[in-house]
Design a binder for this molecule. Structure first.
Ligand SMILES: *Cc1c(COP(=O)(O)O)cnc(C)c1O
Length: 380
């Protein structure tokens, strides 16, 4: 099986060279736009590409306001701040995620509570959230409060794993019932839609990443998708040092971040947005090829939930058992085809080992069986 995968992937990418998990592609206007910023000298925090990029993302996602940031973690940090998460608060999130989700929480002074993921989406399970809250939370005049610790539970942060949208209607219902803010970690899901709506636009705030390995890249970068224009203006304000506009006075009216995306990076982003539809098309085709390849093999290729359209950012397969997984990892990597296991569950990391958590049977099962497969756009 492992050798067959190596050959199958080499056949798709038509190369004898090393095949990475996800490499960026620059065959559009990237060079022209980046050169233009250098020639204009506006390479830093002011320039037309930042505004253009934000506009392009707003049009594409139908977000009322998008605020570009230095990276996805910064976008998430600002989103949590904007959603009212405060020092000492608790936030429900999934155990199965990339560490950045929890790092952003940690640096807000908040603490994560790890909840299981759903088999349908591999993202936060609404039923598991509800079960945890029923057992451990009460509603009082402060909102949702943890019964054992007395801490406020402020928000729910789902992550759309590998681009597959979580069950958002059900999560929104839980958030309304328990008075929790919904902040979507949409870092991996640009181009993914939940029932026709772009991921990251259903919660109060959403955070997208444009790191080098994401579906499009700005080198490093991120964006906050904001629920309305007012929240958007405030997000822009806090991510740009919270300076009150004045021709020469420096006055800042709240603790701000310096999280603005440089114009140089936004130029790259503008060019990448132009080719996003092509990337998406190629990635769907690639996912279909994998799906056909794995059909009937005992290896279960991960597909989009039926309610969603996924960007298929990172392809994944569930191996029949741990031995098959280890063998596949070894043979593919030894043969220059990069594959990798999914992240370690967050509570296994030293800084989150004492965090509270619910039962995690699905997360543990996914952790032991899933590997990611090469997923770069194929033909561009
Ligand atoms: C990539 C990623 C981030 C962070 O993005 P950076 O731009 O690398 O800071 C956050 N959450 C998840 C789930 C990611 O995959």
């Amino acid at each position: 099986m492992s050798q067959a995968i190596v050959e199958f992937v080499r056949d798709i990418y038509k190369t004898d060279q090393f095949i990475p998990l996800h490499a960026p592609t620059f065959n559009g206007n990237e060079m022209a736009y980046v050169s233009e910023t250098i020639q204009s000298t506006f390479v830093s925090s002011v320039g037309k590409f930042v505004d253009d990029f934000e506009r392009k993302i707003e049009v594409y996602t139908h977000s009322p306001k998008a605020v570009a940031t230095v990276n996805g973690t910064a976008a998430l940090h600002a989103a949590l701040y904007m959603a009212g998460v405060e020092r000492g608060d608790l936030v429900l999130t999934q155990a199965l995620t990339f560490v950045a989700t929890c790092n952003a929480l940690y640096h807000m002074g908040a603490e994560p509570i790890f909840i299981d993921v759903s088999k349908v989406s591999l993202g936060l399970c609404p039923k598991a959230v509800e079960t945890y809250l029923e057992q451990h939370a009460v509603l009082d005049e402060r909102g949702c409060v943890h019964k054992q610790t007395g801490q406020r539970i402020r928000a729910v942060v789902p992550m759309h794993t590998f681009g597959h949208p979580v069950e958002l209607d059900e999560l929104i219902a839980v958030c309304l019932k328990w008075k929790l803010a919904l902040v979507e970690d949409a870092a991996e899901s640009l181009g993914s839609f939940y029932k026709g709506k772009h991921t990251g636009t259903l919660g109060e705030f959403g955070a997208v990443s444009f790191n080098g390995n994401k579906i499009i890249t700005t080198g490093g970068g991120g964006i906050v998708l904001c629920r309305d224009a007012e929240a958007g203006a405030h997000t822009k304000h806090v991510t740009t040092t919270a300076k009150v506009p004045h021709p020469y006075e420096f006055y800042h009216d709240e603790p701000g971040f310096n999280y603005r995306m440089p114009n140089l990076n936004a130029a790259l982003g503008c060019a990448q947005m132009e080719v996003l539809p092509i990337f998406l098309e190629q990635k769907r085709k690639l996912a279909q090829q994998y799906q056909d390849f794995f059909a009937g093999t005992g290896f279960q290729f991960v597909t989009e939930p039926e309610y969603a359209q996924s960007n298929y950012w990172l392809n994944a397969v569930i191996c029949p058992d741990a031995n098959a997984r280890d063998e596949l990892l070894k043979v593919t990597n030894e043969n220059g085809v990069m594959t990798r296991p999914i992240w370690k569950l967050m509570h296994r990391l030293p800084m989150f080992k004492d965090a509270m958590r619910g039962d995690l049977p699905v997360s543990e099962w996914v952790e032991a069986h899933l590997i990611n497969l090469p997923s770069s756009p194929t033909e561009i």
